[in-house]
Write a protein that binds this ligand. Structure first.
Ligand SMILES: *[C@@H]1O[C@H](CO)[C@@H](O)[C@H](O)[C@H]1NC(C)=O
Length: 353
């Protein structure tokens, strides 16, 4: 066998192995871990997000000083939680798929997979109301509405976003779901929002009867890809002042900095929406107009050993994509941890016990 020949055979073998592992990862995410090629575990130290500097809402790891309290209001205990998505602006089908695959990954699966989105949600389901009812473990994408004509323009405010919901619920077949419904308004990369980038990457609240006709919990999350990825799609983009010296940004698991960044913010907002839908259930601090909620307590933390500039131990696959949990359809996601009321610490499915 000539050297060239030998090289060719080795290459063919390598390619077929690659093909086997990627095709099985597509059909069943759980099997990815049983393969010989395990993802590498890394705990990168990155320049801090400008947001974590300005808000200082982060409580890394465990702390007895965190005084998370229950304020007697309801949690989202009706099952399933029906999520109605409002796509505001222009969205590509492949971006919508990434987000829907994440939402579809929240409900429990029969597969005995570990380090999954469904396991991550188990921590959220530990929150109960005064009747003892837990946050539901099941979440369904119950409807979608496309506001591709920018009904309220390309700049939204906290009030005009409620008008977007009002328009959507008035248009059949998008129902007003009092019992199980929550509304998720996702704005495309060209839409600006009051306080976006400066103070918030997403927020949740409830609608006013005077505007929408009903009180409905909702969350807004924007695609920061062009406006401020180093703030809202961190750690897939890091502040520029460190460029050319410090450590670089991480590679997004689904190849889209803006959308992969949104996934963690969607997780953050859904966790808070479910445990504090009317801003009278689970939060820390005395001021209900600026509550510190179960996502805020763990912002920027993705694994064991995070804090002091480290994001925590996460996984990196052979293509260099960074993630900390598996989802449906072979997806991988990087999602921040949330506060566990049982452990009294931030917790996630990739924790090292
Ligand atoms: C409900 O919450 C309680 C208190 O955190 C917890 O002990 C229990 O395991 C939860 N049940 C489910 C089904 O998650």
């Amino acid at each position: 066998m000539s050297l060239l020949h030998l090289l060719f055979s080795v290459l063919t073998l390598f390619l077929s192995l690659t093909f086997i592992s990627s095709s099985s990862a597509n059909s069943e995410p759980a099997s990815a871990q049983t393969l010989e090629i395990k993802p590498e575990i890394i705990n990168p130290k990155l320049p801090p997000s400008p947001k974590s500097l300005s808000t200082s809402k982060k409580f890394e790891g465990s702390s007895n000083l965190v005084n998370l309290k229950y304020h007697m209001g309801p949690v989202l205990s009706s099952s399933p939680i029906n999520v109605y998505i409002i796509w505001y602006g222009r969205w590509a089908a492949h971006q919508q798929l990434i987000i829907k695959d994440f939402l579809h990954s929240i409900s429990p699966t029969t597969a005995s997979a570990t380090k999954t989105v469904a396991e991550w949600w188990k921590t959220v389901a530990l929150y109960t109301d005064q009747t003892g009812a837990n946050v539901s473990r099941n979440l369904l994408v119950a409807g979608e509405y496309s506001d591709h004509r920018y009904s309220q323009g390309t700049h939204l405010t906290r009030l005009s976003v409620q008008q977007v919901i009002a328009n959507a619920v008035r248009s059949a077949p998008f129902p007003i779901d009092h019992k199980n419904g929550v509304y998720l308004i996702l704005t495309s990369v060209d839409v600006t929002m009051q306080d976006f980038c400066r103070a918030v990457c997403g927020f949740h609240y409830f609608t006013f009867p005077s505007l929408v006709g009903y009180t409905l919990p909702y969350a807004w999350i924007g695609n920061s890809g062009k406006q401020c990825p180093e703030v809202c799609a961190y750690p897939f983009a890091v502040p520029g002042y460190m460029a050319g010296g410090g450590p670089g940004e991480l590679r997004p698991p689904n190849g889209d900095v803006g959308v992969d960044g949104m996934i963690s913010v969607i997780g953050h907002e859904l966790a808070e929406l479910s445990s504090n839908p009317l801003i009278n259930a689970w939060y820390a601090g005395e001021d209900p107009t600026a509550p510190t909620e179960i996502g805020d307590l763990c912002e920027g933390l993705y694994g064991t050993g995070g804090g002091g500039g480290y994001i925590g131990q996460v996984m990196r696959d052979r293509e260099g994509k960074t993630f900390n949990m598996y989802g449906k359809n072979g997806r991988k996601f990087l999602v921040q941890w949330v506060w566990s009321p049982v452990l009294k610490a931030c917790s996630g499915p990739n924790a090292l016990d």
